[in-house]
Each structure stands twice: as C-alpha cells, then as structure tokens.
Ligand binder design. Structure first.
Ligand SMILES: *Cc1c(COP(=O)(O)O)cnc(C)c1O
Length: 413
C-alpha cells in the first residue's frame, strides 16, 4: 500500500484523537534512519520520543527478542515466574543511583510506572498528597493526567481529574517551599515527583542547587523523593540517570522509554524498605515483566556496557550544545539552548522574546520535507528537542544538523 492509501484507510478506522505528525508510514527502521513504504528515508532526530537511544533494530536487541520468542513469550510473572526478569531487576538495581538495597517492579508503560510509584509512596507513608511541578509531564492515564501540567492537548475535555495532586514552581527552591504553605501541609505529603530534566515541558533543567535542596526538604519532612527518569534516563543526558548530575539519590525512580528499545517495559525502582512495604499481591499486572521486553532490556544494558554508549552520549551532547550555541548567536529566532547532555533543545522566539509557535511548526515541516524528523515540545510548543539515537553515525548527524540549519535560515517572522 502507498502512503496515501494507508492514510485513507486510517481515516476510516483510527480515531482522530490518536493523531500522527506525518502521513509517511514506516516500512523499516535501522540505526537513526526510518524508511517509509514508498522508500523515502528520514533521519530520525525523534527516536520514537526518546525510546531508541540504542538505535532502531540494533542487532543485539533483535537477536535477544528472537531468542526469547523461541523459548516463550508470556506466562505472566505472577503465575509462572522466570529468571530473565529477576536478573534484569538485579542489573537495574545495580546501575541506578544509591548504594543501598533496592528492588525493582516491572510494568508496561511510563504512566503505569508513575501510577505504581504513587501507589507505593502512599502505602508506605500512609499519606495522600502528591506534589508535582509546573511544566510536568507524567502521562495520560487519569492519575498521571492530573499530574501533567499542560491542558491542551493532554487534559482538555477529560476532567474531572484525580484528587490530592498539588503543583509547585520548578527550579526555585524558595518558591517550591511556599507550595507547602499555600497548597499542602508537608505532613500530608506522600511524595514529590519530578522529572530531572523536564521533557514535554520544554527540556528544562533547574539550577544545580535545586534538587539537593528539594531532596533535603523531603527527607526532613518524611516525604518521598520520586524521580521520573522515563525520558531523561537510560544514558540520554550522558549519565545513566540524569539525577546523577546532581548527586541526588531518589527514594523511588520510574524508568521506561529507552529501557527496552521499543518493547513496552517500565519499572519502578527504589529503596528495598519502601518497595517491600506493600502486601503480597498489592502490585501487579498481566503483562508486567514481559519476557520479550526483559530480553530487549538486557540487550540494551549490554550495549551500554560493550559499546561505550555513555561516552558516546556525552560526546554527542557536547557537539549538539556547541552547534546550538552557535545557532543562538547566528539566528535571531533562536532564543535559548536548554537541557542536559544529548537531551537538548532550543527555543524559537520572536523579536520581542515571545514564543515563536508558528515558526516552530514551520521548521518541523521544512525539515521533514528535506528528510529530517524533528519534534517540538514545551508548554508553548516553541522548543525544538533532539532525541536522536545515541548511536547515530557522524555523517548522518552532520546531514541532519545541516537540514536543521538550512531550515532555521529559511524562517522569517
Ligand atoms: C513519556 C513520559 C511518561 C509517560 O510514558 P508513557 O509510556 O507514554 O505512558 C511519563 N513521564 C515522562 C517524564 C515521560 O517523558
């Protein structure tokens, strides 16, 4: 089928709510290139929204999934458990921040991990309040939608929302503390949930003293500190987990996206004492710890160990930062360079400094025409973010950046 034929069929069977950014339907993807059904190639700077840090169809991942598929594909971990999940938990507990006993619980999606982290935090603390931040994105299920801080498109028309969610300003510790005067009593707060580097909210990282101060405040008040590393984790920022940049060890962490290179897998990892507080049978799900997804995650960890992916990520981050800073000096429309390491973006602004929203859309469209897949983000939608596979070859990266640069040059107010 051609793109136009699939598009036509789609319009009759897929609801409008589940929209796509392009009408180019994928036939295959390899490394950092996506090929559509008509043979058009796109350089992928989106990585399936931060999922493909190890690149599309990495041979190790493909082999791990195929090998596991020949053994078994599902028994349900709660019915007939298997060692591949136990060994994965062991490896993840070892690579996450914090030199103390930890435990890991597997589910399927990012939102499901956040939901479960909140369940565990409420159970352990016997408190209900959850504090989240301006600019936050934690998912689209009913609880996580309440935690997410953008109305359109995520929350619009979908209320009422889950109770006991309170919002604090991001990045300013004094203002953060005020939320516990104006919004909620610290003694009723189960957890503060934060994205180390905000993803959908605009690739924002706070000042360096913010997280250590928030973590201390949480500790002093018996509040759990939960890091949602779903987008910032798995090597994206040059460290395995972004919180390592600030030396903060979260009580609980959520990880998903690049964890299993596209297989649906997420995990809540945290201090054993907290994770173990829930009664047997209190946590679970039919597909949690799916064996194919666990096999893929093992392969991802192998790739990090054997292909120096953290080093590559740090180098890529430096290169992108230098390039983007150059553009900021060169192009009036480029406002700020934001993020951490290879989780980097730039804002597009008008002459008066206000968000250049239309122009951002135009840049994404221009780049797509020239064969580069880009994503925008931010509460105003004027941030271009780069989530390119960390394994991208130098020449391909250069080609992608050239397309971006030409696109920026073509933008006019
Ligand atoms: C994507 C994302 C989620 C939600 O993950 P899903 O798998 O889409 O449910 C939650 N938190 C953060 C920080 C994310 O980037």
């Amino acid at each position: 089928m051609k793109n136009s034929e699939i598009e036509e069929l789609r319009s009759t069977v897929i609801p409008n709510g589940h929209a796509s950014g392009t009408a180019s339907y994928v036939a295959s993807a390899k490394g950092a290139v996506i090929t559509d059904v008509e043979g058009n190639e796109l350089i992928d700077f989106a990585g399936g929204i931060a999922v493909m840090n190890v690149g599309h169809s990495h041979p190790r991942v493909v082999e791990a999934i195929c090998t596991q598929a020949q053994q078994f594909t599902h028994t349900c971990f709660m019915v007939s458990p298997y060692d591949i999940a136990v060994r994965l938990a062991d490896r993840l507990c070892a690579v996450t921040p914090g030199d103390y006993p930890k435990k890991a619980f597997f589910i399927n999606s990012g939102a499901e991990a956040v939901e479960n982290a909140v369940k565990i935090a409420r159970y352990y603390t016997r408190r209900q309040g959850i504090v989240v931040f301006d600019g936050a994105y934690h998912g689209r299920t009913y609880l996580t939608m309440a935690m997410t801080a953008k109305v359109k498109p995520y929350k619009w028309g979908f209320g009422p929302f889950a109770p006991e969610i309170y919002r604090a300003p991001f990045g300013d510790f004094e203002a953060f503390k005020d939320a516990f005067i104006t919004g909620i009593d610290p003694a009723n707060t189960a957890a503060v949930v934060v994205e180390p580097v905000q993803g959908e909210g605009g690739f924002t990282a706070p000042p360096d003293d913010f997280y250590p101060q928030v973590a201390r405040f949480c500790r002093d008040n018996g509040i759990l500190f939960i890091a949602d590393e779903i987008q910032s984790g798995m090597g994206r920022t040059g460290k395995m987990f972004a919180m390592e940049h600030w030396g903060v060890e979260p009580d609980l962490m959520t990880v998903a996206k690049s964890l299993a290179a596209g297989m649906p897998l997420s995990v809540v990892i945290g201090k054993a004492e907290i994770m173990d507080s829930v009664h047997p049978g209190g946590l679970g799900g039919t597909y949690g710890a799916n064996p194919l997804a666990c096999a893929a995650a093992h392969a991802v960890l192998d790739i990090f160990e054997q292909e120096n992916l953290l080093e590559k990520s740090a180098k890529l981050g430096d290169l992108l930062t230098e390039k983007f800073n150059q553009w900021r000096d060169e192009f009036e429309i480029v406002g700020e360079v934001r993020g951490k390491g290879a989780m980097i973006g730039l804002t597009l602004v008008k002459k008066d400094g206000s968000p250049a929203v239309e122009e951002t859309g135009k840049l994404v469209a221009l780049c797509r025409e020239k064969g580069l897949l880009l994503l925008s983000c931010g509460i105003y939608g004027n941030v271009i973010r780069v989530l390119v596979p960390l394994v991208i070859a130098d020449d391909l990266l250069e080609k992608g950046l050239e397309i971006m640069e030409q696109g920026l040059g073509q933008l006019t107010y």
